[in-house]
Ligand binder design. Structure first.
Ligand code: NDP
Length: 476
């Protein structure tokens, strides 16, 4: 993405072609958009619509996404370079999310609480009003849906701010939602740089809740502003997830999962298993097989049949990955494969980078501590459970982890001991809308998905209904 003062230009990272332009939202426009969202929240009737009718419209959004699955997937593929198969999966995921929250919206029950006097007390959920949803570039439609569907289901008006690096999907979602019958103003999109329009959105006095997915640095800034303003902030942030292979693991499955867990989406996934911990006795053998597989991965254009890894999302993001690997070299890392741009001239204009595996580093090195958000795996040996837990938890992050062992009791112990919001035992990177997702430590605050993914966008109100037979007296 390059930009002039008020236009964002999106380039296909596979070949450098321009694929679209969007106008950046000015601060004056932001005021109008927030005012429209407030008006929609107050007057459109969306929040008072009976839940099963609101659910019908959410289902209609899912139908609209399904009808345009192919073209939406292609748009994402061109916008951020992910292989077409993955992009089709992302549309399916967005469809599933809208259907799931249609279901939750229709069936969610609130509580009648036990009485301690002459009254009945119960709780209801109220929307916040105008919610800001800020999303990153790696899986735009899927991340947008994870926020927009539950926030709408809870009755809010939503202002969606996509990344300046993937601005093309959010307007499509807004259009499809309008065509599905969502009232005007209930879902709007603002475009521009995070530090400008994103920050202005979070600071806007009429925005009453913010839901953010992105890096820890921006997450901290947003959390600080939300704290000052005393509005809730849900933060889904980065990771440096450990993927653990014990000596008793099913090696075939473990090695395949380690490779898929880091090189899927070219490593541009918050839950990428970017640190592989291999037990000492099998370290050399397993690492050699991982390197063999990584070197054989088919890096190609994202629309080619059989592609396993496409380009990175932009040339400037590739620059960050190149710098990351250069620093690993200066820290003393051994580059076992990759560590460079492919030399095939077909890829010259794209943001391609080879799958990279590094070892020989201290677990405290910056390479092992910081997120590359690219196809870079660091390998680390461990002796036993105690050594593993100490090393794997010795990071600021706590998003996810993978554990490979045939011993279930050990898997349980390690799964409980590691700092991670999601633990995958003998599998990796599974994600389902019905299961909560979020991070420990610097990987975030709050949980998206699941039934509580709707409660995230609602505030609890308690009501008391008097049943007094006698006039009330002042308590003595
Ligand atoms: P960023 O944090 O840079 O940006 C995320 C979004 O926030 C973008 O829309 C960005 O806009 C916006 N933004 C940036 N700064 C501010 C600010 N001060 N105020 C308001 N909005 C702001 O992350 P990336 O887009 O580079 O995404 C990569 C990061 O996202 C990685 O760390 C990754 O781990 C994390 N991530 C986490 C996930 C999770 O669920 N835990 C899922 C996917 C990614 P703009 O791009 O226009 O600057």
């Amino acid at each position: 993405m390059q930009s002039t003062d008020d236009v964002l230009v999106s380039y296909n990272p596979a070949n450098g072609d321009e694929i679209g332009r969007v106008r950046m939202t000015s601060c004056q426009e932001l005021d109008r958009i927030v005012a429209d969202a407030r008006a929609a929240y107050r007057d459109s009737g969306w929040q008072s619509l009976l839940p099963h009718k609101r659910a019908l419209i959410l289902h209609a959004v899912a139908d609209g996404l399904t009808a345009e699955k192919e073209s939406l997937a292609k748009l994402q593929m061109r916008d951020n370079g992910k292989p077409m198969g993955e992009c089709l999966g992302m549309v399916d995921s967005a469809v599933g999310t809208f259907r799931y929250y249609a279901g939750v919206c229709e069936t969610l029950e609130t509580d009648v609480t036990p009485s301690r006097g002459d009254y009945v007390s119960f709780t209801v959920l109220e929307p916040y009003g105008v919610v800001a949803a800020i999303t990153p570039w790696n899986s735009p439609l899927m991340n947008d849906a994870t926020k927009v569907a539950p926030a709408l289901a809870a009755g809010n008006a939503v202002i969606l701010k996509p990344s300046e690096d993937s601005p093309l999907l959010a307007p499509e979602l807004m259009r499809i939602a309008r065509e599905a019958g969502l009232p005007q103003g209930q879902l709007q999109v603002v475009q521009g740089r995070g530090a400008d329009i994103g920050a202005a959105l979070v600071e806007h006095p009429d925005v009453r809740m913010v839901s953010f997915t992105g890096g820890t640095v921006a997450g901290r800034v947003i959390g600080r502003t939300a704290g000052e303003r005393l509005i809730p902030a849900a933060l889904e942030l980065g990771g440096k997830s450990p993927h653990v292979v014990f000596a008793d693991a099913d090696r075939e499955h473990a090695i395949a999962a380690v490779v898929a867990g880091i090189f899927g989406s070219a490593g541009q996934s918050c839950v990428a298993g970017s640190r592989v911990f291999i037990q000492h006795d099998i370290y050399d053998e397993v690492l050699e097989r991982i390197v063999e597989r990584a070197s054989a991965l088919r890096v190609d254009f994202p629309d080619v049949d059989g592609v396993e890894m496409g380009p990175l999302s932009s040339l400037h993001h590739r620059r960050r990955v190149i710098d990351f690997v250069d620093r690993a070299r200066t820290e003393g890392g051994r580059i076992l494969c990759g560590g460079q741009i492919p030399d095939d001239p077909r890829f010259a204009a794209g943001a391609f980078y080879l799958p990279t595996v590094i070892d020989g580093l201290s677990p405290r090195s910056r390479t092992c501590q910081e997120e590359a958000f690219g196809p870079v795996l660091v390998a680390l040996p461990f002796d036993d459970e105690i050594d593993l837990v100490e090393k794997a938890n010795d990071t600021d992050f706590g998003l996810a982890c993978g554990i490979w062992t045939e011993n279930f009791k050990k898997a349980w112990r390690i799964g409980r001991a590691l700092d991670a919001g999601s633990v995958w035992i003998n599998t990796y990177k599974q994600s389902v809308t019905s299961t909560p997702f979020g991070g420990f430590k610097d990987s975030g605050i709050g949980r998206e998905k699941g039934i509580d993914g709707l409660r995230l966008y609602a505030q609890v109100k308690s009501l008391y209904l008097g049943l007094h037979e006698q006039p009330m007296k002042i308590a003595k």
